[in-house]
Ligand binder design. Structure first.
Ligand code: BGC
Length: 454
């Protein structure tokens, strides 16, 4: 029993979370640089990504670790303001060179690069011009995409336009938990959504038109998947409905608010009735841009939801009393990968790629010099078993990308959470492959076979 022969086993990271070198070699500031430096930053312990894993200076060592893990793909994001310091003006050749060297190093080590164009670190100069509220962001994002495609598409095949609009608009601009820590009203976040849809669509078109080889393109939303109480047809239908329902209190965090326009070319049922004229009136041409065909449905899934009234929450209060939780209180719900793959495939008819899934744990280096993290191994085994059920039922699966490659800056909670397969000592920058890293290497080598061992 194993996954398909061409199944992609990967790991992921993101620019602001790992790179450091926040103001080196001509990089411009992003909103995460600016707002984590502010006196008012709500980030735990006032942590910042100034140094993070210093991946910018440890790139070759990190790629060697990827090789040691035996991963087939590395999903990483590009810092827009490293490449174009203000987001729309001059290109910074040193910034572009960093990513070009990373791609070369990956390929030389047999690892497929998988690029995310936008993982939340908006150039500050664009934010100062209104950020996602400014319609010009669509053109700026399109131009940035073209610059990256021109520079890297001779070697890069896999592209993800945006990571979790649910979070960078929802937590960033609506609940104010992530930079730029805004609490805007529906009117503004719906306008931002409009620009996100168009930016995504134009980026897809740009990649298709200018890439130097045939590309595989998707995006990486998150969102609640509901698991049925039992496997009766009625319970399954109820869970399916809840997974895509339009909910005026949680719409920004839902699947359908983002994925229905992008994959089906329409807003979810109920949105227009509730919001009326706030809902954008796209022309036919705009809809065809937004709905530009994708090659896979990427999704970041950490757990399943149970409570409709709290669909934005991923912590234990959304689960059952006393159930297993990770180190940051997220419920452990292994069937989430099966039901997500199934529901997303049924609705959007695209092969599924789990672009993120992983476990935060209280990892440290033991007296024997190793990092023992049985919780992570158990968590991932259970989730992969769930995912395998989807494969057995012939749901097309592109692969599985574990979050994260190494411990890193975990946004609002700083360095207090560790998700990595590789431990990072932030004082010394020493990396230690955890037990789970070696285990994942064996999972990959067996193409998933060993997840069945007790
Ligand atoms: C994000 C990652 C983040 C992870 C764990 C996702 O929401 O894409 O950047 O570190 O989940 O919270």
């Amino acid at each position: 029993m194993a996954f398909s022969k061409d199944f992609i086993w990967g790991v992921a990271g993101a620019s602001y979370q790992v790179e450091g070198a926040w103001n080196e070699d001509g990089k411009g500031p992003s909103i995460w640089d600016t707002y984590t430096h502010s006196r008012q930053s709500p980030v735990k312990q006032h942590d910042t990504g100034d140094i993070a894993c210093d991946h910018y200076h440890h790139m070759k060592e990190d790629v060697a670790l990827l090789k040691e893990l035996g991963v087939k793909a590395y999903r990483f994001s590009i810092s827009w303001s490293r490449v174009i310091p203000d987001g729309f003006g001059e290109v910074n050749p040193k910034g572009l060179a960093f990513y070009s060297d990373l791609v070369d190093e990956l390929l030389a080590n047999g690892v497929e690069p998988m690029i995310t164009l936008y993982h939340w670190d908006l150039p500050q100069a664009i934010h100062d011009r209104g950020g996602w509220l400014n319609p010009d962001i669509v053109t700026w994002f399109e131009r940035y995409t073209k610059i990256i495609v021109d520079a890297l598409s001779d070697r890069v095949k896999y592209w993800i336009t945006i990571n979790e609009p649910q979070i960078f608009i929802g937590l960033g601009c609506y609940t104010g938990v992530h930079a730029p820590f805004l609490k805007l009203c529906d009117r503004d976040v719906i306008l931002m959504s409009k620009h996100v849809f168009l930016a995504h669509g134009h980026a897809v078109r740009t990649i298709r038109e200018y890439a130097k080889q045939s590309s595989k393109i998707g995006f990486a939303p998150t969102g609640p998947t509901f698991i049925p109480d039992n496997e009766s047809a009625e319970a399954i239908e109820e869970a399916r409905k809840k997974s895509f329902a339009f909910n005026p209190d949680g719409y920004l965090f839902s699947n359908s608010w983002w994925a229905d326009p992008i994959c089906l070319g329409k807003f979810p049922d109920g949105a227009k009735e509730f919001f009326g004229d706030l809902i954008p009136d796209f022309t036919e041409e705009e809809w065809s841009i937004i709905r530009s065909p994708l090659d896979f449905y990427g999704c970041n899934i950490y757990n399943a939801s149970r409570d409709e009234t709290d669909i934005a929450a991923t912590d234990a209060k959304n689960g059952l009393v006393g159930e297993p939780i990770t180190a940051i209180n997220w419920p452990i719900t292994p069937d989430a990968l099966y039901w997500s793959a199934r529901f997303f495939y049924e609705r959007y008819q695209l092969p599924v790629l789990i672009t993120e899934n992983g476990c935060a744990n209280t990892d440290y280096v033991f007296l024997d010099g190793k990092v023992h993290d049985p919780q992570r191994i158990d968590y991932t085994t259970r989730y992969l078993r769930g995912y395998y059920r989807a494969s057995k039922e012939n749901i097309p699966l592109v692969g599985y990308i574990y979050w994260s490659f190494m411990d890193n800056f975990e946004w609002g909670i700083g360095y207090s959470a560790r998700f990595g397969l590789v431990h990072v000592n932030y004082q010394t920058q020493v990396r230690t492959i955890k037990d789970s890293g070696y285990w994942y290497r064996d999972v990959i080598a067996s193409n998933g076979e060993i997840i069945w061992k007790e």
